[in-house]
Design a protein. Sequence first.
Length: 253
Amino acid sequence: MAGQGSTQEGLVLTTTGGPVSLAPDALLVFVDETGADDLKDPHHPVFGLGGCVVTALRYLPAIETPWMELRRRCFPDWEGRPLHASSLHPTPDQLDGLSAFFQSGPFARVAALLSNRTELAVPNHRYELTALALLNRIHEVAPAFWPFSSVHIVIESSTRGDPLAVRYLAGYQEVRIVVEDQTHLCPVQKYFAPKSAGLAGLEVADFIVQAAGASVRLEASHPGRGIDRLDFRAVFRSVPRQLASYIDVRSAG
């Protein structure tokens, strides 16, 4: 994987628009999706957006370096290929490695999901509702990384998702952070990048949103059991509360 690097000035990421240089005090958000917003898949009637949040300064030691080590140690057959949670049939050793990564990772995890159980009393597009819910999750964890100068959201590129992200995130130009009763406004930039770009953050986002989606799917058939899944607990319940924000949207009005 070679989608990121560091310089004395900060972090450099590879995106579909070219290399992006981030200052060390920038807040970085990687976002992936699970399911389809039409909810027509009978086996996975869930749509969600989720990912990881960390400062540019901490990205390499908190996410890329340990993730690359995990890949080398537990997933050697995936060398040179993007690692997808939905494509795995993990062994016990691989599960242990993934659990250890998420339980010790000093980064925030966020996810927002809709399902065929969600009652919608508004005409908004499902992607828009999910994106708004995810932005609220980002707002919840952002104070844990304060101070930061700007927010940079990197979205996994897809043929179906890119136009929706452009349409429904276009108005999200700044983030309002309240810290100790003081309000701070920080500019927001958004980028697309394919998994093939080699960004470890996008792979981590994939595992986060897949764990959240599997939890919602299980909850639909076995109420109360979704949040007891081992992968969900490892991702969302193994870090301080200020580093995890998750929502299964049951209604929107």
